[in-house]
Design a protein around this ligand. Sequence first.
Ligand SMILES: [Fe+2]
Length: 236
Amino acid sequence: MNYIDENELAEVLDLVGKRSNARIRTTLPARISSFDKDTQTATVVLAVQSYRWDVDLEEPVAYQPEPIARCPVYFPTGGGYTLRFPLEKGDDCLVLVAERSIDEWAATGEATNIPRDLRRFDLSDAIVLPGLHPTARAVADFDDDKLRLGKEDASGMVEIDDNGDVVVTGSSSVKLGSSSASQAVLKGDAWMSEFLTAFNAHTHPDPSSGTTGTPSTPLTEATNFPNSKSTKVKTE
Ligand SMILES: [Fe+2]
């Protein structure tokens, strides 16, 4: 009868474990190399290399895995609402590797799917979560006391602060209704002041001779326009 040496068995089991773990992919940071807005899928390149055993060198050697194509990209969506934003080459992201083939899920959109391939934890089943930044590329101008939705360079933003104030900023304009809005919004305080000054100083030609005096009862904001200025919407 052959007995297996316990130490040899432990070594074999250790090797088997390492080999099978090496095939399991879970999650890694990556970078977008291209994005298809119609399918919301991306091709990404892992930002952390893998190791494989080099039989000649008898040591692990780092290598760059191939780009991963057609990865579904996660955009927060629910209840009939969706957050949409473009992705660009070079954007940082996180790759999550699904435990089974997601091809059928991606293609059918059905609630339940039978994977045709038995592969597990395979890079071809990667899902992309945009927005994971390495510390060295952290977002600048980051506030910890308000929600800010907008351009990374802060040139256009919707902000909601601790007071519940909603602040909309744009580097050149803020438009209401549509991107082609072109009518200027009156600045309530300035307009009221300028209108009252002009109105209360105006005169008419006097039918008998010269000009009339200014209005005998000047208009005031409190008397004549008490409800015309918004208390909730303010502009610069
Ligand atoms: Fe008049």
